[in-house]
Write a protein that binds this ligand. Structure first.
Ligand SMILES: NC(=O)c1ccc[n+]([C@@H]2O[C@H](COP(=O)([O-])OP(=O)(O)OC[C@H]3O[C@@H](n4cnc5c(N)ncnc54)[C@H](OP(=O)(O)O)[C@@H]3O)[C@@H](O)[C@H]2O)c1
Length: 324
């Protein structure tokens, strides 16, 4: 499957990121489409995300025709409560997503599981594989799985194409175990948190440390917490300064450098950037990510800052452990 390597993330429509107006949101989805950002990341639990996608697809079909709709790649997630899994339960939930988005087949279904002490996740994945054979799912994927469980799933013979994990210059945990395993077994990573909710941008360079109340959405609060665990605001300012210097050299933004750095990591297929649809857009700027390359000197400067930070693998654990 071919994708746009910068994906549009729809967690931001689920609340806590400003009031989303559905008409303005769908209008904004056309802007993403026209700028070439055709790949979307949703979840059953992201508020109205799947319904907005359904509206967008219907309008796109009416205005631009079938070829336009066929050029989209729509990824969603299934995030069940960790209970006993039956084929009916799994199928009912997949049918719900199909119907909300108005599609016959889900391009990529990413499965999340909250509790590894409950091993029913293997049953869920077996039923999802059956639905894949029946044509309801094109590719089967995971989100927030750690390497240990990914290995168990792989050894159970379930074909997984990707795992969606937090990965940024700040949170480099996937480098420890996940990337080597993925490289060995041809599994790709889709990353989130790569811009730390927008903290990795000029907006926060040279600014005093924001208090929690000054951070205007839950994404910023979540990743500020990550920055605190990583090394704190002073080190973060050092990082932003270096990223700006590198950006100036290539005539691009801090965000471009932060995304390019992760896109260039082994096993990474794409970076998901959160989209506050109808409220803010960074389309032109993000498109510049595809127009330059980081050289060894740039990478060395970024890695030198990382070396001064805390080891988040040691303090938090492997990918997804923050959810458990
Ligand atoms: N699987 C999971 O558990 C999980 C968890 C979190 C997220 N995700 C997925 O990943 C997506 C990404 O979300 P995230 O919360 O991690 O946020 P993020 O992508 O790190 O940050 C998104 C924010 O960055 C800012 N931004 C984007 N491009 C920019 C640019 N060129 N210059 C400056 N600022 C820019 C925007 O802020 P403003 O809008 O304020 O301008 C945007 O809202 C989500 O929508 C979701 O699809 C998945």
């Amino acid at each position: 499957m071919n994708i746009c390597r910068i994906l549009n993330g729809m967690w931001q429509v689920s609340g806590g990121h400003g009031r989303i107006d559905s008409t303005a949101a769908v209008k904004s989805m056309f802007h993403y489409f026209d700028a070439g950002f055709t790949t979307w990341d949703l979840a059953d639990i992201y508020g109205p995300a799947e319904d907005l996608m359904g509206d967008f697809r219907r309008q796109l079909l009416a205005l631009r025709g079938k070829a336009a709709v066929d050029s989209l790649q729509i990824f969603t997630k299934w995030v069940p409560q960790p209970t006993k899994m039956t084929k009916k339960l799994v199928e009912d939930n997949i049918n719900k997503s199909l119907s909300r988005m108005g599609v016959k087949c889900i391009d990529l279904l990413q499965f999340h599981w909250w509790d590894y002490s409950n091993s029913n996740y293997l049953d869920a994945l077996r039923y999802l594989s059956e639905l894949q054979k029946e044509g309801k799912i094109k590719h089967l994927a995971l989100t927030n799985f750690d390497t240990e469980r990914l290995k168990i799933i792989h050894e159970a013979g379930i074909k997984i194409v990707s795992n969606q994990v937090q990965f940024s210059i700040i949170d480099r945990r996937p480098e420890v175990r996940m990337i080597p395993f993925c490289q060995q077994h041809d599994i790709k990573l889709l990353t989130y948190g790569t811009l730390c909710g927008g903290l990795l941008s000029e907006k926060y360079l040279g600014k005093p440390e924001p208090k929690s109340g000054e951070l205007t959405n839950i994404s910023l609060k979540k990743y500020k917490n990550m920055v605190d665990n990583w090394g704190g605001w002073q080190l973060f300012q050092e990082l932003l300064t270096v990223l700006q210097q590198i950006g100036n050299k290539h005539n691009v933004s801090i965000a471009n450098v932060a995304v390019r750095y992760i896109l260039d990591k082994p096993a990474v297929a794409g970076v998901i950037l959160g989209a506050r649809l109808g409220l803010s857009e960074h389309l032109q700027d993000n498109a510049k990510t595809f127009e330059f390359n980081l050289d060894a000197d740039d990478v060395g400067k970024i890695d030198a800052i990382s070396k001064k930070s805390q080891d988040l693998f040691r303090t938090i654990g492997d990918c997804g452990d923050e959810y458990r």
